[in-house]
Write a protein that binds this ligand. Structure first.
Ligand code: ATP
Ligand code: ZN
Length: 491
C-alpha cells in the first residue's frame, strides 16, 4: 500500500518518497500572532496535526516544525493601538494559541521557531542572496530581484508577464517601496527601521525582516536545505510560498521541499474566513458556546483537506450529531467492558505499548487504503462510523437481552481498533467526563430506585413511578420495562 499525495508543485498526485528512508521532515507555516485564532486556523492546524499523526501511524519518524510569525505590520499596529510592544502582543497570542489548540487536541509540534529568535539565520540568507546577485540594497531596504530567479512562478503557475499585464493599473507609483524597487514584482527581504518600531542591526542598517524570508530561514535553521513536506493554507501559495522557494533555492541550488501541500480554506458566505476581513469566529468563542472540540475536528475531517469548507451553524450541528454516534462507540469499552469480562485497563496498556499487535485486521487495512489516497480522511472516517454503529448496536442488544451477538473477545478487538483509528485522527472520548453525570449513582443505587418505582407501581401510584423514571432519565439512565422486569442502561 503506497501513500500518494497531490503535490501543488507538480499539480499531480504522486507516490510519497522521503529524502531519508523512514523519516519525514515537515514544516507548516503557522499563525501571525496578533489576534485569537479563528476556525480557519483551526482547520489548518487540525489537518496538519492529523497528517503528522497518520505518517507516524504508518511508521514514519516525523520531525514537525511550525513557526510563529512574530514580526509583522499587523502585530505592530495592534501594539500601537494597545500602547504595548510587539513582543508583548506576540507573547499574549502565542499563549492563547496554545490554550486553544490544547482544547482541540492538537499535538504540539517538535519546535515552534519564532522570527525574532531566528535573526542570525535571516541575516545569513539575505547576505547569501546578495552575494549571489539575487538581492540588492536600496536606501536601507533590501529587495529580492524576482527576474533573476528563472523558475519564479513554478509553484503557483503564475508567469510574471501575465501578472504584469494584470497589475499595471494597480501599481501605486506613490508607494515609497515602489520607488526603491528595480521591478514592481521585487519584494522586501529587509525593511529599514522606522521611528518607534523595533529594529535589529544588519549590514544594511537597522531594520526588520520581511515575512517571506522568515520562513526560508526557519526551515533552513531547523530542518536543513531540503525537506519532505512544506505545508500551509492554499492562500499562501502565492506570493508567500513562491517567494520562499525563490529565496531558498536561489541560495542552496536544491529543492526547498519535495511535496508542497495546501489545505483548503474555511469560508463564510463564499469568502475566506479571515482576521483582516473580520468575518471570523474564534476557536474559543465557538468552544465556549458549548460546541464539542471533537465536532470541530469532524467538521474539518469530513471534507477532503484540499477542498473549501463552508462554516455554518447547521454544519456544526450536523457534526455534533455525528460525534454522538462516534462517541457512543468509543465509550463502549468503558461502559460494557467489565460486563463482558474484558480487562479494559490491561487491554488499553497493551495498545499503547504495541498498537498494531492487537488490532491487525481488515478495518485497519481498509482505513489505510482509503487514507493513503491523498489523505482521504473522510474515507477513513467511514470505517470508524461503521465500527461505532456496530458497537452501539451490540450495546443495545446487551442492555435488552443480557448478552451480545458477537463474541466478547471479537467485540474487544473491534473496540480497540476503533479507539486506535480514532486516535490517528485525534478523536478521543474521555470516559471520566462523559460518564460523570451518572457517576453520582452507583449501580446499586439505580437498582434501589428501580425497586422504589416498582413498589409505587404496585401501589398504583403512577405519578411517583413516573417521577422516579424522569429523575433517572435526567441523570442519563434509561429504564426499559418488559415482562421479565425492568432493565436499565446509561445513555
Ligand atoms: N480561512 C482559513 N481557512 C483555512 N486556513 C486558513 C484560513 N485562514 C488562515 N489559514 C491558514 O492558517 C495559517 C496561519 O495564517 P495567518 O496567521 O497567516 O493568517 P492570515 O491568513 O494572515 O489571517 P487573516 O487572513 O485571517 O488575517 C496559514 O497556513 C493560513 O493559510
Ligand atoms: Zn511561511
Amino acid at each position: 500500500m503506497t501513500l500518494t499525495l497531490y503535490n501543488t508543485l507538480t499539480r499531480r498526485q504522486e507516490p510519497f518518497e522521503t529524502v531519508e528512508p523512514g523519516k519525514v521532515k515537515m514544516y507548516y507555516c503557522g499563525v501571525t500572532v496578533y489576534d485569537y485564532c479563528h476556525l480557519g486556523h483551526a482547520r489548518a492546524c487540525i489537518v496538519w496535526d492529523v497528517v503528522r499523526r497518520y505518517l507516524q501511524f504508518i511508521g514514519y519518524e516525523v520531525r514537525y516544525i511550525q513557526n510563529f510569525t512574530d514580526i509583522d505590520d499587523k502585530i505592530l499596529n495592534r501594539a500601537c493601538v494597545e500602547h504595548s510592544s510587539m513582543e508583548a502582543v506576540a507573547d499574549r497570542f502565542i499563549k492563547a494559541y496554545f490554550e486553544d489548540m490544547a482544547r482541540l487536541g492538537i499535538k504540539e509540534a517538535d519546535e515552534y521557531p519564532r522570527a525574532t529568535h531566528t535573526m542570525n539565520g535571516i541575516l545569513r540568507l539575505i547576505h547569501d542572496l546578495e552575494n549571489k546577485g539575487f538581492a540588492y540594497p536600496a536606501d536601507g531596504d533590501v529587495y529580492y530581484a524576482v527576474r533573476r530567479f528563472s523558475e519564479y512562478g513554478k509553484l503557483s503557475g503564475r508567469r510574471l508577464e501575465d501578472m504584469q499585464a494584470g497589475a499595471s493599473d494597480r501599481v501605486n507609483v506613490e508607494d515609497p517601496e515602489y520607488q526603491k524597487k528595480k521591478d514592481p514584482f521585487d519584494f522586501a527581504l529587509w525593511k529599514a527601521a522606522k521611528p518607534g518600531e523595533p529594529a535589529w542591526k544588519s549590514p544594511w542598517g537597522a531594520g526588520r525582516p520581511g515575512w517571506h524570508i522568515e520562513c526560508s530561514a526557519m526551515v533552513r535553521d531547523r530542518l536543513g536545505d531540503t525537506i519532505d513536506i512544506h505545508a500551509g493554507g492554499a492562500d499562501l501559495i502565492f506570493p508567500h510560498h513562491e517567494n520562499e522557494i525563490a529565496q531558498s533555492e536561489a541560495v542552496t541550488g536544491k529543492p526547498l521541499a519535495h511535496y508542497w501541500l495546501h489545505n483548503g480554506m474555511v469560508k463564510v458566505d463564499g469568502e475566506k474566513m479571515s482576521k483582516s476581513l473580520g468575518n471570523f469566529i474564534t476557536i474559543r468563542e465557538l468552544l465556549d458556546r458549548g460546541v464539542d472540540p471533537m465536532a470541530v475536528r469532524l467538521l474539518v475531517l469530513t471534507a477532503q483537506y484540499r477542498t473549501p469548507i463552508d462554516f455554518t451553524d447547521e454544519a456544526i450541528a450536523d457534526k455534533t450529531n455525528a460525534w454522538q454516534t462516534l462517541k457512543a462507540g468509543l465509550l463502549f469499552g468503558y461502559q460494557y467492558g467489565k460486563q463482558l469480562g474484558w480487562e479494559v485497563e490491561k487491554a488499553e496498556n497493551s495498545l499503547i505499548e504495541n498498537p498494531k499487535s492487537k488490532i491487525q485486521n481488515s478495518y485497519i487495512e481498509r482505513f489505510q487504503q482509503l487514507v493513503n489516497d491523498d489523505f482521504n480522511f473522510p474515507g477513513g472516517l467511514t470505517v470508524l462510523f461503521e465500527l461505532a454503529k456496530e458497537l452501539h448496536r451490540e450495546g443495545n442488544i446487551l442492555v435488552h437481552q443480557g448478552k451480545t451477538e458477537t463474541p466478547a473477545l471479537e467485540l474487544q478487538r473491534q473496540w480497540q481498533t476503533l479507539v486506535t483509528l480514532a486516535g490517528v485522527l485525534g478523536l478521543e472520548a474521555k470516559p471520566e467526563i462523559e460518564t460523570s453525570t451518572t457517576e453520582g449513582l452507583s449501580d446499586a443505587e439505580i437498582e434501589a430506585k428501580i425497586q422504589q418505582r416498582q413498589a409505587a407501581r404496585q401501589a398504583r401510584d403512577f405519578a411517583e413511578s413516573d417521577r422516579i423514571r424522569n429523575e433517572l432519565q435526567a441523570q442519563g439512565i434509561t429504564l426499559i420495562d418488559s415482562r421479565e422486569g425492568t432493565r436499565w442502561h446509561r445513555n
